[in-house]
Design a protein around this ligand. Structure first.
Ligand code: NAD
Length: 384
């Protein structure tokens, strides 16, 4: 951290966490409200939607439902959900699900009250006035979207995952209930856990990082390293699920403030072109990007190795950095994440646009070491 530079930190909305936190939902709404629940079919099938609607019915709160969110939601899904909000006269939003559902709710908050298109807002069109408020109920431990001012919007026409950023969309309250993670399939648990770890590590290494985010990010790294294998093996382990839920949220509030790095810059186009989930795309690139970044800030890698539980006493910073990267690779192997595209049965093909998109993306700007386009191309190819 540069003592002569100006930094900033914003807090997210209210965070309520712990087993049974979902019950607080009844206190957040009153009978005059009519929230639109935004969710997806998987969350409904897991019985989580019913838990939410039962609580609303008990409290006499009317609600409407949009349950057609798809993973990596496209512009069309955002607009469809916003039309549903307007047509049914809703007053607020319940974002129930993983990052995909929470992101759609954020876009709906804007489009429900603002003319134009979601694409225009994702391109920076300003938002004026008050938006409908959002209660976020995350059901994956990964994106941290409940604590961020960001929504990822996929534009199928340009094949770009656009990042809508606006402080007005930060959920007013988030209910982080580890009991809702009990049904997360192992693959989703591993992928989303890798996303959370990438957020924690990349925000810790970010050029905009400072004492507040560093402290939170290192704690999140420690919590994820210690709990992800237990959580993937048994999502009903309430203690491990609770630690993962909280760590993912903590990592979210770090990157919401100080940005990310190259692993995310590569993960967005990789997700689009290789059809990998966002978390898995992050897992593919995080270790190689750490190797690329280590020479730029070796002392930070010592702290990552320590947070990962490695004994680095007496080691040079370079050797400690290798320990940190090994710890990440070992963790990913333990939870069954593939190391290469060929392990996933995906053929590697590098489109020039992938390099352009990664090179010009905001996460590349906060990465601790500048990467030229040919270095980005080499990183893409490193996981063939
Ligand atoms: P997701 O929301 O797409 O959900 C993945 C799958 O898991 C879905 O099929 C869903 O039905 C299922 N699922 C979710 N919770 C479950 C549960 N408790 N039990 C059973 N099944 C469950 O996955 P995600 O990784 O949470 O979100 C990915 C999206 O979030 C991507 O679009 C990514 O770009 C975006 N993202 C946003 C931010 C942000 O700050 N806004 C940050 C990172 C990623």
């Amino acid at each position: 951290m540069d003592p002569l530079k100006v930094y900033q930190y914003s807090n997210p909305g209210r965070l309520i966490f712990g087993p049974g936190a979902l019950a607080e939902l009844k206190k957040e709404f009153n009978v005059k409200d009519k929230p639109l629940i935004i969710t997806d079919e998987g969350v409904a099938r897991a019985g989580i939607l019913k838990k939410v609607t039962d609580l609303l019915i008990e409290a006499g709160i009317r609600y409407e439902l949009f349950d057609r969110v798809a993973a990596d939601p496209s512009i069309e899904v955002f607009e469809e959900a916003a039309a549903c909000y307007r047509q049914r006269g809703c007053t607020s939003l319940i974002a129930l699900g993983g990052g995909s559902s929470i992101d759609v709710a954020k876009g709906v908050a804007i489009r429900a009250t603002h003319e134009g298109t979601i694409k225009e807002y994702a391109s920076g069109k300003p938002v004026e006035g008050v938006l409908p408020w959002i209660c976020a109920i995350p059901t994956t431990a990964g994106t941290g979207s409940e604590a961020t001012a960001v929504a990822v919007v996929f534009d199928p026409e340009t094949k770009v995952k656009m990042v809508l950023k606006n402080s007005a969309v930060v959920p007013r309250v988030a209910l982080l209930d580890p009991l809702l993670l009990a049904s997360v399939p192992p693959k989703v648990a591993a992928d989303t856990g890798a996303d959370a770890l990438a957020h924690a590590i990349e925000s810790y290494l970010s050029l905009a990082g400072h004492m507040i985010t560093d402290a939170i990010a290192l704690s999140a790294i420690k919590m994820i390293m210690g709990n992800l294998p237990k959580f993937v093996a048994n999502p009903q382990d309430v203690a491990a699920a609770g630690q993962m839920h909280l760590a993912s949220c903590m990592a979210g509030l770090c990157f919401a403030n100080v940005g990310l790095g190259l692993a995310h810059a590569l993960a967005h186009p990789a997700g689009v072109y290789f059809h990998a989930s966002h978390g898995l795309s992050c897992a593919l690139y995080l270790p190689g990007v750490m190797e690329f970044n280590a020479p730029a800030c070796p002392e930070k890698f010592v702290a990552i190795a320590e947070a990962a539980g490695r004994d680095v006493r007496g080691l040079s910073a370079e050797k400690a950095a290798t320990e940190a990267i090994d710890a990440v690779r070992d963790l990913f192997a333990k939870v069954g994440l593939p190391r290469t595209l060929s392990e996933m049965g995906v053929e590697f093909r590098l489109e020039p646009k992938m390099v352009d998109d990664a090179f010009t993306s905001p996460p590349a700007k906060s990465n601790p070491r500048k990467a030229e386009p040919e270095q980005i191309a080499a990183l893409f190819a490193s996981v063939k």
